[in-house]
Design a protein around this ligand. Sequence first.
Ligand code: FES
Length: 295
Amino acid sequence: MSLFGVLDRLSEVPSFDKQLEAARTAVNKVLRPKAFKDVLHGTWLGHPLHPILAMVPVGTWLSAGLLDLVPATRPAATAMIGAGVAGSVPAALAGAADWSEQDDAVRRLGGLHAVSNVAALGLYVGSLVARGKGNGTLGRVLSYSGLLVASGSAAVGGHMSYAQSSGANHAVVEARQLTTDWIDLGPLDDLPEGRPTRRTGEGQGTPVALVVVRRGLTVDAFIDACAHVGGPLSDGTVENVRGSDCLVCPWHGSAFSLDNGEPRRGPTASAQEKLEVKFEAGRVFGRLPNRHTPK
Ligand code: FES
């Protein structure tokens, strides 16, 4: 089994689920109000914030490792370590916010990621203390140990993002499958007012679920799988969120503007894939803009 196969196995072990659930409850209590949590998700940015903030400890600690190789640049290494310790706090808060809205398998690996990061942080703080007391050798041993642990933790985080798709836009995957031809979404009169309705489009071998919302003579159509982790938006609701009529996901409450698919409330940081719509002889047709056409 490959190293990363071990991580997949670990993500299936439920032994610490009770502790992880307690941690999730604590995270949700601490990261209030919801608007603060959305800032940490990156909903306002249209991109997850955690990987951006994580660049600070990763970059500074790696730089410190290089600066420590040359005696003349060791004071700069200490400064880098201090910056990384400070930068790890917002990165951890953003990671915790994202982690709390994921499924069990991702949360299990996230627990390992968090414990490793805390261990790395402890080693770096110990390194700063040792350096402050003039024990440079111990300081360097501790910081190189921290770099090793942080690198392992980064690999776990990467596995969560890439293999478990924890930070991916799940609607894009579906959108890539969908035909770029016009799709018949049925008669306008069959669509209920202000209620998400499921429709199906032709995909590459399998049908792709769509969700359609009618507001008077306006119809908005989207990929049904929520950008966050694929929840069925057609089982959701239409609500006014922060001044916009939004399609709200039934799984974690992400809200997407009906006008343009932009997120108005997290945990999603991505916009929902929206179809263009036209009317012909009382019927509604939708089509995905061409950017996902298979080559
Ligand atoms: S799947 Fe999480 S908000 Fe939709």
